[in-house]
Design a binder for this molecule. Structure first.
Ligand code: CP
Ligand code: NVA
Length: 306
C-alpha cells in the first residue's frame, strides 16, 4: 500500500529513526543515491509562499536523479477550479510523488486517498512534518540523541509547528513543553494524540501558560513566527498577546547553558526572537535550514521504497 507523509505521526518511532539515519548517510554522500533516475518527475505544488521548502525539494529531487515540477496553484486548475482528488488522478500517471503546501489538512487527506503515489505535506495550517524531520536531524547532530531531551516551544500554541513538535517530539521520545497564552492553545485532539504516543515512547507533553516555567532547564528552545501565513490581519492582536513569549537573551539564560535554539524560519526578528538570540552562539538555524534538504531526500527515498 502506498505510504504518505501527511502528519508527523504517520511514522512510528522506528520509521522516524530509520529516516533520520538515512538522512545522515545522504548528508555524508550527497549524490550517492539516484532512485529518481530516468529521470522521474516529482510534482511540488504551492498554495502558499515558500523559500526553503521550494529550494530544498527542487534541489533534493534533482540530487536524487529526478526532475522537480514546481506548480503554483495561482496558475494551475487546482484550488477552486478542480478537486484535489481529480488532480491526484491526473498527476499519478506521470509523476513519482506529489509534494503539496496548502491550507486545510483535509485537502491533503483527499489527495492521498485518491492516488497511488506518495503524497507529502509540505506545510498545512495544521502541520509542518517535513520541517520536523529537519529539526530532529539538527537536534540529533548537536546533542547526539533525541529520546529523553526536553524541548520548549514559546509562542503561538495553535501554530502548525507546535502540532508537529507535539507529534514528532513525542514519537522521538522527547519531553515537549509548549508555552502559550490561553487564547493561542494547541488543538486538544493533537495534544491527546501526542500524549498517547508519549506513553509508548517514554516522552511527555506539557502545556504551560508561563514561559519562564516552560523554558527552565531545557535542552532545546524553539519558536516560530507569531503571524503564520493567512493570519496577517491578526498581527496587532497577536503581538499584544504573544509578547511575553519572545525568546530573548534573558529567556535563553533560563535554559541549560548548552541549550540550542531553533527556528524554522522565516523569522520576524524583534518579535518572536531577538537578533541577539537568532544570531547568537546557541542558534543552529542555518544547520536546521540546510537539513531540510537532507531530511526530505531521505523521506523521498524511504517512501519510494515502501
Ligand atoms: N521553514 C519553511 O518551511 O520555510 P519556507 O516557508 O521558506 O518554505
Ligand atoms: N507557522 C509558519 C511556518 C512557516 C514555515 C506559517 O505557517 O506561516
Amino acid at each position: 500500500m502506498t505510504r504518505h507523509f501527511l502528519r508527523d505521526d504517520d511514522l512510528t518511532q522506528a520509521e522516524q529513526t530509520a529516516i533520520l539515519d538515512l538522512a545522515e548517510q545522504i548528508k555524508a554522500d550527497r549524490w550517492g543515491r539516484k532512485p529518481l533516475a530516468g529521470p522521474q518527475t516529482v510534482a511540488v505544488i504551492f498554495d502558499k509562499s515558500s523559500t526553503r521548502t521550494r529550494v530544498s525539494f527542487a534541489v533534493g529531487i534533482a540530487d536524487l536523479g529526478g526532475v522537480p515540477l514546481i506548480i503554483s496553484t495561482a496558475n494551475s486548475q487546482l484550488g477552486g477550479k478542480e478537486t484535489a482528488s481529480d488532480t491526484a488522478r491526473v498527476l499519478e500517471r506521470q509523476v513519482a510523488a506529489i509534494v503539496w503546501r496548502t491550507y486545510a489538512q483535509s485537502g491533503l487527506v483527499e489527495m492521498a486517498a485518491d492516488t497511488t503515489v506518495p503524497v507529502i505535506n509540505a506545510l498545512s495550517d495544521e502541520f509542518h512534518p517535513c520541517q520536523l524531520l529537519a529539526d530532529l536531524l539538527t537536534i540529533r547532530e548537536h546533542k547526539g540523541t533525541l529520546a529523553g531531551l526536553t524541548l520548549a516551544f514559546l509562542g503561538d500554541g495553535a501554530d502548525n509547528m507546535v502540532h508537529s513538535y507535539l507529534l514528532a517530539g513525542a514519537t522521538a521520545g522527547m519531553h515537549v513543553r509548549i508555552a502559550c497564552p490561553a487564547d493561542y492553545m494547541p488543538d486538544e485532539r493533537i495534544v491527546s494524540d501526542a500524549d498517547a504516543i508519549a506513553v509508548q515512547t517514554g516522552g511527555s507533553v506539557t502545556i504551560y501558560t508561563d514561559p519562564l516555567e516552560a523554558v527552565a532547564g531545557v535542552d532545546v528552545v524553539v519558536t516560530d513566527t507569531w503571524v503564520s501565513m493567512g493570519k496577517e490581519e491578526e498581527k496587532a492582536a497577536r503581538v499584544a498577546s504573544l509578547s511575553p513569549y519572545k525568546v530573548d537573551a534573558d529567556m535563553m539564560a533560563l535554559a541549560k547553558p548548552d541549550a540550542i535554539f531553533l527556528h524554522c524560519l522565516p523569522a520576524d526578528r524583534g518579535y518572536e526572537v531577538t537578533g541577539e538570540v537568532i544570531d547568537g552562539p546557541q542558534s543552529v538555524i542555518w544547520d536546521e535550514a540546510e537539513n531540510r534538504l537532507h531530511a526530505q531526500k531521505a523521506l523521498l527515498v524511504w517512501l519510494l521504497e515502501q
